[in-house]
Design a protein around this ligand. Structure first.
Ligand code: CMC
Length: 435
């Protein structure tokens, strides 16, 4: 068990099989009273497996990192509420918390920040890799390949006894540099090296937006917004990309390989790619001149399998606490910058229509973290195809924390689900000339 407070066994659940045979399955209860029927011995005892497509009801692990209550709209990292962390913490401190389990003291915070600063450069040879991609390459494809490539520069990562903390520092610091370099390459500008005098998020903005010919001063509003956005994205327990990181890591694959797999899982439009898809949807509504209501009618009629991007969540069935913070933040950032964005008005009116509509109410579909984040990124000058990269940068400490928890857990087994086979039963091979 890897939880801070190990999950307890409290009673049993009785399962009666078609043969009348009964199986008593232990009931496991976590620190927030979440309960699970422990089926680990089910197949050995009964020959049965469970079927749960999309793992809607399956706990793949115990974990002490993040608590999420989708009905109440609660999200806490290591016990601290997302609202409090977004308001009072910064991304580096939150990363330390997720990875190490506790908030750092002053000395630990300083040392962690210094380590991240020291490891921000990438090997010079890696710069050539960027030249090999077409200018139109999606930055998520570039990022995932670059993260995999990092393992070639640190071959000791194959050894589970190597310095894991050092690899963690490296990946947390360098992925930010890789992301900014990928952007600079895509627009044909010279790469901007990290500046040691800048903090984590400010340094990222510097690498993204500075040019050698001018002085670039990082706006404190931008820096705060990026810190908050990254904190809100930092972890979300066993979501698709984090489960992918754990699954890949469970085979013994190294940290870089596991994180690269997480980047790829995040890319899909139903997951992290939704922030890009939201802006594309809002732009489509604006360009077509139809109002949001008509678009929502098409969604309800499932025209072309349309979905209201940025709405709905596998776990949140009341509201997504991150979306609440982001909506407020979106207004604040835009007002502060004196920016008006017609897409924000369209988004707000579509949200208003959807929240009153029976289709969305009955299916418990509410705005999620991606509905407003793209509008903030746009205001900060981040191009649309970099939005999911921003999500990846934010999610990095969560992936790392889960990978670490998994490798340190003596109960970890290689992830290997079963299936119910529905193909043909055994048949004889027919030679080609007789078919
Ligand atoms: N617009 C319209 N209908 C929807 C939507 C939506 N955004 N989301 C779900 N539905 C409908 C869906 O068509 C289905 O209807 P029916 O029962 O008639 O077939 C029902 O609601 C249940 O949907 P589901 O796909 O079975 O639900 P899920 O829990 O498997 O999917 C989801 C969750 C996030 C993939 C889905 O809500 C979705 O596709 N949302 C849009 C994409 C999006 O915004 N993704 C970002 C998620 S938050 C960031 C992250 O953590 O990844």
């Amino acid at each position: 068990m890897n939880s801070d407070m190990a999950a307890e066994t409290k009673g049993t659940a009785k399962l009666t099989l078609p043969s009348g045979k009964e199986s008593n399955l232990p009931v496991i209860v976590g620190s927030e009273n979440e309960s699970a029927v422990d089926i680990r011995a089910l197949r050995a005892e009964t020959g049965f497996i469970t079927l749960d497509t999309g793992y809607m009801n399956t706990g793949s692990t115990t974990s002490a990192i993040t608590y999420l209550d989708g009905e109440q709209g609660i999200l806490r990292y290591r016990g601290y509420s997302i609202e409090e962390l977004a308001e009072k913490s910064d991304f580096v401190e939150t990363s330390y918390l997720l990875i190490n389990g506790q908030l750092p003291n002053k000395q630990q915070r300083e040392a962690f920040g210094q380590q991240l600063t020291r490891h921000s450069l990438i090997h010079e040879d890696m710069h050539h890799f960027f030249n090999g991609y077409p200018q139109t390459a999606h930055p998520m494809a570039v990022l995932s390949s670059m993260v995999t490539s990092m393992s070639t520069y640190y071959p000791d990562t194959m050894d589970r006894n190597s310095d894991i903390d050092l690899h963690i520092t490296r990946i947390l610091s360098k992925v930010r540099t890789l992301a900014a370099f990928a952007y600079k390459k895509s627009i044909g500008q010279p790469l901007m090296y990290p500046k040691n005098s800048l903090k984590y998020c400010a340094n990222f903005l510097h690498m993204m937006f500075a040019v050698p010919s001018e002085e670039y001063v990082v706006s404190p509003i931008f820096e705060k917004a990026v810190n908050q956005l990254f904190i809100l994205h930092a972890d979300h327990e066993q979501n698709c990309s984090t489960s992918t990181v754990r699954m890949v890591g469970s085979s013994g694959a190294n940290l870089y390989a596991s994180i690269a797999a997480g980047v790829l899982a995040l890319w899909g439009p139903l997951h992290g790619g939704a922030n890009q898809a939201v802006i594309e949807m809002l732009e489509e509504v604006k360009a077509s001149g139809i109002d949001g209501k008509k678009f929502i009618e098409d969604v309800k009629n499932k025209k072309d399998n349309r979905r209201l991007m940025g709405f709905g969540h596998r776990v949140y069935k009341n509201f997504d606490p991150r979306a609440k913070i982001l909506k407020k933040m979106c207004d604040e950032v835009l007002t502060h910058m004196g920016v008006t964005d017609p897409l924000l008005d369209i988004a707000k009116s579509m949200e208003e229509v959807a929240l009153k509509d029976d289709y969305f109410i009955s299916k418990k579909l509410y705005p999620n973290v991606d509905f407003y984040s793209g509008i903030i990124y746009r205001a900060l000058g981040i191009p649309t195809n970099m939005f999911t990269v921003m999500f990846a940068l934010g999610r990095l400490p969560g992936w790392i924390a889960h990978w670490k928890e998994m490798v340190e857990d003596k109960d970890t087994k290689i992830g290997r689900p079963r299936q119910i086979y529905t193909g043909p039963t055994e048949r004889k091979y027919v030679p080609l000339d007789q078919r």
